[in-house]
Design a protein around this ligand. Structure first.
Ligand code: PLP
Length: 789
């Protein structure tokens, strides 16, 4: 703690206890950097010395969450440091809370990328993140009169204590201009660029500290700046700065905007240039590239890596086409994250050609060769459907599959649906490339850090080895009939619920009953995730209570941001808040029914909500949610899942046992059948079910104050547009499944037993195992032994 004092003096010329909490946080952070700095350098030195194969995970989003507590935990010094802080009269929790949560992502995709970086370091894999240092993260969400209001997320207003600017590693990115191809003496073509618009990419490195491995990997985020020494006016500077200024607040629709295209090329080109520089420091033979480098494309946003790597190998390394292509395919791999055809990214050819003329030429040549190679065997129709260029668009998902040696979905069902629907034609051509890699979470953040009461209870029974190997959680099964343990489990949950109740009261001014069942749905607001179905469930309970029925008390907890331009999702948010208002203020029901919609959902809020959940709502329309990961976090802390047979829910059910999950709803086959045969009639559901009829009417008849236009919009979607996400079709079975949980709640031990079944089965969803499988099946890298242990 001596160094902490010195750091406080050095940074702020004052005693630790005189500093603001933010300043204390900074002093502690500098002290922690002292602990891992050597390990960070040693990890790099060792990788260079041993020539370890490097994995580069390219992702347009990362959501690491706050890093201080996680760094301390992973370094193995959390308890010691906390004790030291307390001795000095400081509150560790308050210091942790002074850290800004970097919201450099929208949701699951970005969180997964960060979980993978944590896991790669924790299993001793050489894994690097490559992304964008957005100046503003995902908007901060407020509710005003029940409406979502978006405020800028100025997350860098306080110094970011973990990042290091690496000016000496900056590279130049070229946009626009013209390309001239000039024949070289050896017959190859030299690409000469004229009138390009150049931008400097400066890397900022953040350490990814492995869990007690001594490994510290790197997340590299790039910032756009003007190239020094070139004349620039203010307008130019603003145009350059814009490239890394904002995160697109939409992860599911390819907003066809040029700025997004610029962003994608920016971090892809910067990443590949820096990989090549590093590779060439150690190797002269380019054909060794796939032996030492794996580049992973997280969803299609970095898919132009196929084109950029080709460009560098062809134009700068002067390889011939076939060799460049062989190396590119062998180096790249691609994960698909969506089943929605409309969410597959495409770029208008004209826009792409204007911004990236050389890449467009290369895309054209890949397209030409692809068609020539496969036309005979598979026919014009099939080849036309999936060639990189079609309908005037460059189709990034198809390009990614064609240019990668491995393609995967993120849960068993999703991977099957890729092969049979979304990427069916490419599966016909490249069946050997496809695999499934079910997503994962980091139990360190979600259990060890977020749920200390549970973690300590587990320690007291099976010791600490589960903290490194979560498969050992299986050993908890021996307590499934141990009343004392089951009651202790319920007590740990109650402690978490009391903590969340305080957050809710502080944020919403709403006092909730911690003894009630906490029914949680936390995720981006999207029609396919069906928060609306959950709202209908609340209205069903409301009507029943109004009629005098008795129900066990429930508190419904929501967290959800809607993309600012997504009007339907915003209407649902307004409805959720209006229903919350109505229910919470109605003394006839609010003893048994409360609704808490916490604003500004993100990793930090998730850490407060997840451990307090009794029920995990995973109610997407079957066949729409690729995997889900909140389902995994929530099961790991003992919530019982109320779910459709979608995404990873199916695997969670398999792991925890059928009884440990409440399932309902149409299967993905039934949905597909109804869609193909157009046999679904939402209006018929509405007419046939009096409760449902009443609930749909409530949207527009003034029963729910303040939702006139939103209620009409939602009703129109349900009845006039035939309910695209089958909310009405699944309503009755949803309510039935939810009512079964009411019955179970009456028996606390039976409940705890199922919670335990979930916790004990959650180990397989650790992202440590996910990255090990990627390493084995896709990247051809093995986890190493811990450096220290
Ligand atoms: C885990 C997580 C998600 C993903 O949730 P899903 O329910 O799987 O969509 C999104 N946002 C945050 C902040 C998360 O922590």
């Amino acid at each position: 703690m001596r160094t902490l004092h010195d750091n406080a003096l050095g940074l702020f010329a004052d005693e630790l206890t005189h500093l603001s909490t933010q300043q204390q946080y900074q002093a502690v952070a500098v002290t922690i950097k002292g602990y891992y700095g050597k390990q960070w350098a040693a990890t790099k030195a060792q990788a260079d010395a041993k020539q370890t194969k490097q994995v580069y995970y390219f992702s347009i989003e990362f959501m690491p969450g706050r890093l201080m507590a996680s760094n301390l935990l992973n370094l193995g010094i959390k308890d010691t440091v906390e004790a030291g802080l307390r001795e000095l009269g400081l509150d560790p929790a308050a210091i942790y809370a002074a850290e800004v949560d970097p919201g450099l992502g929208n949701g699951g995709l970005g969180r997964l990328a960060s979980a993978f970086l944590d896991s790669m370091a924790s299993v001793g894999m050489a894994g690097n993140g490559n992304g964008i240092r957005y100046q503003y993260g995902l908007f901060q969400q407020r509710f005003v009169d029940g409406y979502q209001v978006e405020l800028p997320d100025d997350w860098l207003r306080e110094p970011n204590m973990w990042e290091t600017r690496k000016e000496n590693r900056a590279v130049i990115i070229k946009y626009g201009g013209q390309v001239e191809l000039r024949p070289r003496a050896n017959g190859s073509l030299q690409a000469i660029y004229h009138n390009t618009d150049d931008v400097l990419a400066v890397p900022y490195d953040t350490p990814m500290v492995g869990y007690r491995t001594g490994v510290v990997n790197t997340m590299r985020l790039w910032q756009a700046e003007s190239v020094p020494g070139r004349a620039h006016n203010l307008a130019d500077k603003a145009r350059v700065d814009a490239i890394t200024q904002i995160l697109y607040p939409d992860d599911s629709d390819s907003a066809g905007r040029e700025l997004r295209l610029r962003q994608e090329y920016f971090f892809v080109s910067a990443g590949i240039q820096s990989i090549m520089t590093h590779f060439k420091r150690f190797h002269q033979e380019l054909n060794l590239l796939p032996k030492f480098v794996a580049i992973h494309i997280n969803d299609t946003h970095p898919a132009m890596a196929v084109l950029e790597l080709m460009r560098i190998l062809l134009d700068e390394e002067e390889l011939d086409w076939d060799e460049a292509w062989r190396l590119t395919v062998a180096t790249l791999s691609y994960t698909n994250h969506t089943l929605m055809a409309e969410a597959l990214e495409t770029w208008p050819e004209a826009m792409f050609a204007g911004l990236l003329p050389r890449l467009y030429q290369i895309a054209g040549e890949i397209d030409r060769r692809f068609r020539a190679r496969y036309r005979q065997q598979y026919g014009d129709l099939l080849v036309n459907r999936v060639a990189p260029l079609g309908d005037g668009q460059l189709r990034m998902a198809y390009l990614a599959v064609i240019g990668s040696h491995a393609v995967n979905g993120v849960a068993k069902l999703h991977s099957e649906l890729l092969k049979t629907r979304v990427l069916k034609d490419l599966y016909a051509i490249f069946p050997e490339r496809f695999s499934n890699q079910t997503n994962g979470i980091t139990p360190r953040r979600w259990v060890q850090l977020a749920d200390e009461p549970l973690a300590q209870l587990i320690d007291s029974k099976i010791g600490q080895p589960w903290r490194r190997d979560p498969m050992l959680l299986r050993r908890l099964s021996q307590y499934e009939n141990n009343d004392e343990f089951l009651m202790a489990l319920n007590a740990a949950k109650l402690a978490n619920k009391q903590r969340l109740a305080q957050v809710i009261e502080h944020q919403l001014g709403l006092k909730v009953n911690p003894q009630a069942m906490f029914d949680v749905q936390i995720k981006r607001l999207h029609a396919y995730k069906r928060q609306l179905l959950h709202v209908f469930g609340i209205l069903e309970a409301y009507l029943a209570l109004k009629k005098g029925e008795k129900r066990p008390p429930r508190v419904h907890v929501f967290g959800a941001k809607a993309a600012p331009s997504y009007q339907y999702a915003k209407a649902v948010i307004k409805l959720m808040n209006a229903v919350a208002d109505m229910v919470n203020h109605d003394p006839a029901v609010n003893q048994s029914l409360q609704v808490a919609f916490l604003p500004n959902y993100g990793v930090t809020l998730a850490e407060q909500i997840v451990p307090a959940a009794d029920i995990s709502e995973q109610i997407s329309l079957a066949g729409t949610e690729a995997s889900g990961t909140s389902n995994m976090k929530l099961m790991a802390t003992g919530a019982i899942t109320l779910a459709t047979l979608d995404g990873a829910n199916i695997e969670i059910r398999q792991a925890a046992g059928e009884r440990a999950m409440a399932t309902f709803g149409l299967t993905s086959e039934q949905v597909a059948f109804a869609q193909q045969n157009q046999s679904y009639r939402a209006a018929a559901q509405y007419e046939a079910d009096p409760t449902l009829h009443r609930i749909v009417d409530m949207l527009t008849d003034g029963s729910i104050p303040g939702v006139e236009s939103e209620g009409r919009m939602i009703r129109t979607e349900l009845l006039d547009y035939n309910d695209s996400y089958f909310v009405l079709a699944d309503f009755a079975s949803y309510v039935a499944a939810s009512r079964k949980l009411d019955q179970l709640w009456a028996e606390p031990k039976a409940w705890a037993k199922l919670a335990l079944a979930n916790i004990a089965a959650s180990g397989q969803f650790s992202a440590d195992f996910t990255v090990e499988r990627y390493g084995r099946d896709i990247w051809q890298v093995l986890p190493s032994q811990p450096i220290e242990s």
